[in-house]
Design a protein around this ligand. Structure first.
Ligand code: G3P
Ligand code: CA
Length: 241
């Protein structure tokens, strides 16, 4: 079972920033998950929320703010004063950080609230420029976005995020054309459908695993990987089980 650092090692360092990604690498994770959004000047930045207020000292929407303005913000102090001066990374920066390591890079296209036209093409182009397409898994809650990814790139790995039900996915003929690599269910959806989906050939990566009993459930269902903000803790529990 792969351990994927969710927004980096986000329980111990500010999510989606260099310290969280560095910590995940030190934790010897199998993969790192990040979220991308598009700025006003169409740059890809790594931030979870559509707005800046929660994880930076800025205000307003990412789509309405330029990348230069976002780069001036502090994305570390909200978590702990010792991270003051940490910035919101561009996707390109994260690619440079992870490049030397053997990691799966899960890039969530954060387009469930805002469609972000052209985002898929930009992400795939940047991955291609960095020769990192094979390490990447592109995920989204928005099915149409994964359809666009598949049209642009016939083999890049894609994962469908589900928070309410897995049942529609059992209609295999409706989904075949997407050639999804994995399904990423919310932990509360871990039930017998997961076994059926595994038998259909999908890899299963539940999110977000915070507690011991959730991790044990993942082990029982023999999922392929988990997203967790505390990879170190998760690895210890796996070792002890
Ligand atoms: O990878 C799944 C997970 O990241 C989706 O939820 O809100 O943490 O981006 P969220
Ligand atoms: Ca995410």
């Amino acid at each position: 079972m792969k351990v994927i650092a969710h927004r980096g090692s986000s329980q111990v360092a500010p999510e989606n920033t260099y310290p969280a990604i560095r910590r995940a690498i030190q934790d010897h994770v199998d993969g790192i998950e990040i979220d991308v959004q598009l700025t006003k000047d169409q740059e890809l930045v790594v931030i979870h929320d559509e707005w800046l207020n929660r994880t930076t000292n800025g205000k307003g929407f990412v789509f309405n703010t330029t990348s230069a303005q976002i780069k001036k913000l502090d994305a570390g102090s909200w978590f702990n004063k010792k991270y003051k001066g940490t910035t919101v990374p561009l996707l390109e920066e994260v690619l440079e950080w992870v490049k030397p390591y053997s990691l799966e890079l899960h890039i969530e296209l954060k387009n469930n609230l805002l469609p972000y036209k052209g985002m898929e093409e930009k992400v795939i182009r940047i991955l291609n420029q960095h020769n990192l397409e094979k390490k990447a898994v592109l995920s989204s809650f928005r099915r149409e976005s994964l359809e666009i990814c598949r049209k642009i790139h016939p083999t890049i790995r894609t994962g469908y995020l589900c928070w309410s039900t897995l049942l529609p996915l059992l209609e295999q003929s409706e989904w075949d054309y997407l050639h999804l690599d994995s399904i990423h269910p919310h932990i509360s959806l871990l039930d017998h459908e997961v076994t059926l989906l595994k038998n259909m050939g999908y890899r299963i990566y539940p999110y977000v695993i915070q507690r011991k009993h959730e991790l044990k459930k993942c082990l029982r269902y023999q999922v392929d990987g988990i997203f967790t903000g505390s990879p170190n803790k998760a690895k210890q529990i796996i070792r002890e089980t």
